[in-house]
Design a protein around this ligand. Sequence first.
Ligand SMILES: Nc1ncnc2c1ncn2[C@@H]1O[C@H](COP(=O)(O)OP(=O)(O)OP(=O)(O)O)[C@@H](O)[C@H]1O
Ligand SMILES: Cc1ncsc1CCO
Ligand SMILES: [Mg+2]
Length: 276
Amino acid sequence: MTDTPDAPDTAAPDVRPGEKLAAMRAAAPLVQNITNYVAMNVMANALLAAGASPAMVHAREESADFAAIASALTINIGTLSPEWVASMEAAAASATAHGKPWVLDPVAVFATAYRAEVGAQLAGLNPSLIRGNASEILALSGAAAGGKGADAGDAVATAEAGARALSARTGGIVAVTGPVDYVTDGTRGYRIANGHPLMPKVTALGCSLTGICGAFLAAGETPLEDIAAALAFYGLAGERAAQGAGGPGSFAVAFIDELAAVTPEDLAAGARITPA
Ligand SMILES: Nc1ncnc2c1ncn2[C@@H]1O[C@H](COP(=O)(O)OP(=O)(O)OP(=O)(O)O)[C@@H](O)[C@H]1O
Ligand SMILES: Cc1ncsc1CCO
Ligand SMILES: [Mg+2]
């Protein structure tokens, strides 16, 4: 037996999500985010509440320099423009060159030819993790997708094979989020059954999760398990926030509170992670 926060007899004993949350908070990693205008504020607040240190830095003149000093980088294509794409590519190359993990969030990559082109280009730059909803991961893997703008229109289960193929192609981890999340390194995988239906009713909670994933990668040593832990942590905060929430507005406020309130012990007890 052990007195660490994680019971040894969970369905996925290797993940030890409570320990990973504690490690992330102890490191309080600096996470650089090149994200969309919608997400900037909520994502920064989510990272602060969880225990990380966010910086929204996107100018072409400094994005690569900042990636060299940050502990992780995240890139989100939600509100694209050509100047930002140059900045994203430079930052991703810098992160890779400096051995820093970086995460791609391919928002609505299925919606236009420009998004598809930029998404594929960025996916080719060795992201440590791609995190998207089912429609985004399906599209990036080369399959047909039924999303509506930033919202998913496909079930997570339909994107699992595409996620494994995409992971094999990029050499990184791929996570598909929705009612039950799925994460894979192309061979092994986990399903994470935490979360609440109010989460997709608040904008940019997926974008913010991408930042949390960056923070867990920065502090972790086993990327597949780091992301399984990050997904369980985020979903558990959503479950707890929904208790007593009157709707999406009060839920959003309570969710930020819960990202700060969930302890490693809470996560060890509440994570619903199974090998897949
Ligand atoms: N129906 C649902 N039930 C429970 N949890 C959900 C549900 N839908 C999404 N989630 C959770 O919401 C979080 C965000 O995932 P989601 O798939 O909605 O991201 P997204 O589509 O990229 O969001 P956005 O682009 O609007 O920021 C994840 O933690 C996921 O598990
Ligand atoms: C609503 C929206 N539009 C572009 S990015 C974004 C945030 C959710 O992805
Ligand atoms: Mg999204």
